[in-house]
Design a protein around this ligand. Structure first.
Ligand SMILES: Nc1ncnc2c1ncn2[C@@H]1O[C@H](COP(=O)(O)OP(=O)(O)OP(=O)(O)O)[C@@H](O)[C@H]1O
Ligand SMILES: [Mg+2]
Length: 331
C-alpha cells in the first residue's frame, strides 16, 4: 500500500472533488473488547470505478462498510467519502451514498413497487417524480411483472435486485454493496454483475465486498485483500496474480515408474509422488505444449491426464495469507 494520502480530495461540496478519489481512508481501526477487528486500514478508491474488498468470513468487510457509511464509529483513523469526513459530516456523506447491506432491507409485507415507493417518500420525491423513478427502476431491474406482488414471494435473486433498486432511488454517487451475490445462483449472480457494470458505466463508484475471488476478478478495477483485519495486498487482478508463482502444466501418470521417467526428461519439473503428478513450469502456449508432448512421445511415456494451470485469485490468496480463501480463520 502506498500513496494513500488524501491526494486530490478537497473537503468542498464541489462535484470536482469527486474527480479523483471517491473514498479515502487512513488507518481505520476497530476493536470489540480486546478483539481487534480492523487493524489500520488504508484505502483509496478512484471515482467511477469498482473497488472490491475481498476477504473470507470474519475478515472485517462489513465492519469496514459500516464505518465508511457512518453506521459505526471507528476507534481510530479517518476517512472521507465523496469528499466529506465520516466523523464530522455524516449527513453529507449519507446524502452522497447508497448502501445495500449484507442482509436485505426489503419489507416482506410490501410489494416490490411499494418498497420502492417507500424509499421515494423517504427521499422526499413527490408524487410524479417519485412514480417516475419507481417505474424506471422496476423496468430497469426487470421487476415490472412482480411489482404488484409481495416481496415475501420473491426469489433470492429478485430480492437482491429489489434491494439494490431501493438503494438507487436516491441517485447516490457512491454505492456500497456488501456481498451482493452471496447465496445467489450463477444466473442471478451474472445479472447482478451486469447491473454493477451498467452502474459504473453511468459514472457511479461501487465499493463491493465479496468472498468470491471470481467476482472481484470479473468486476473490480482494483482489489484489496482483507485478512483478519489487515489489508494484505492491493492492486488490479492482474497485479495480484503476478505476485504468485507462474503458470505450469500438470501431468498425471498411471504409476511412479512413468512419473520418474518423465521427471528425468522434462527439465525443471517437480514430481509429486503421492499424487503421481508432475508439475512442469511454463505458460502453456501451443509451442511449449507441443515440445512437451513430443518429448514424452519420444521416450514412450504415457500420460493419464493433462492440464494447464494459470494462477487465479485463489492462488493469490493462499500465497498472501498462507491459507485458502474458503478456510474460516476466526469467529
Ligand atoms: N458488534 C460486534 N460485537 C463483537 N464482535 C463483532 C461485532 N461485529 C463484528 N464482530 C466481529 O468482527 C469480526 C469481523 O466481522 P465482519 O462482520 O466485519 O466480517 P465480514 O468480513 O463482514 O464477514 P462475513 O463474510 O461473514 O460477512 C468478526 O470476527 C465478528 O465476529
Ligand atoms: Mg459481512
Amino acid at each position: 500500500m502506498s500513496g494513500l494520502g488524501r491526494g486530490g480530495v478537497s473537503a468542498g461540496r464541489d462535484s470536482k472533488a469527486m474527480t479523483s478519489s471517491a473514498i479515502v481512508a487512513s488507518g481505520l481501526r476497530k476493536a470489540y473488547g480486546d478483539r481487534i477487528v480492523l487493524d489500520g486500514i488504508d484505502l483509496d478508491v478512484p471515482a467511477a470505478t469498482v473497488f472490491s474488498l475481498l476477504g473470507p468470513n470474519g475478515a472485517g468487510k462489513t465492519t469496514t462498510v459500516n464505518i465508511l457509511t457512518t453506521l459505526l464509529r471507528p476507534d481510530g483513523g479517518t476517512a472521507r467519502v465523496a469528499g466529506h469526513d465520516i466523523g464530522g459530516e455524516t449527513r453529507a456523506v449519507r446524502a452522497a451514498i447508497g448502501v445495500t447491506g449484507q442482509f436485505a432491507s426489503v419489507d416482506d409485507l410490501l410489494t416490490g413497487a411499494e418498497n420502492l415507493r417507500l424509499m421515494a417518500d423517504l427521499q422526499h420525491l413527490g408524487g410524479r417524480a417519485g412514480k417516475r423513478v419507481v417505474d424506471e427502476l422496476l423496468a430497469r431491474f426487470d421487476l415490472g411483472e412482480a411489482a404488484g406482488k409481495r416481496a415475501s414471494t420473491y426469489s433470492g435473486g429478485m430480492r437482491r435486485k429489489l434491494d439494490l433498486a431501493m438503494t438507487l432511488v436516491g441517485r447516490p454517487r457512491i454505492i456500497f454493496l456488501d456481498e451482493p451475490t452471496t447465496g445467489l445462483d450463477p444466473r442471478s449472480r451474472r445479472t447482478m454483475w451486469d447491473i454493477v457494470r451498467e452502474l459504473v458505466a453511468d459514472g457511479m463508484t461501487i465499493f463491493l465486498t465479496t468472498q468470491y475471488l471470481e467476482e472481484a476478478d470479473q468486476l473490480a478495477d482494483r482489489i484489496a485483500v482483507l485478512d483478519q483485519g489487515r489489508l494484505v495486498a492491493e492492486g488490479t487482478a492482474a497485479e495480484l496474480k503476478r505476485q504468485v508463482p507462474g503458470s505450469h502444466v500438470r501431468l498425471r501418470f498411471a504409476d511412479a515408474g512413468r512419473l520418474d521417467s518423465a521427471a528425468r526428461v522434462l527439465a525443471g519439473s517437480t514430481p509429486d509422488r503421492d499424487g503421481l503428478v508432475l508439475r512442469v513450469p511454463g505458460d502453456g502456449d501451443v509451442r511449449s505444449l507441443r515440445f512437451l508432448l513430443d518429448r514424452l512421445d519420444e521416450y514412450s511415456i504415457d500420460v493419464e491426464e493433462f492440464s494447464v494451470h494459470t494462477p487465479d485469485l485463489d492462488d493469490v490468496f493462499l500465497a498472501l495469507t498462507g491459507h485458502s480463501s474458503t478456510e474460516v480463520t476466526s469467529a
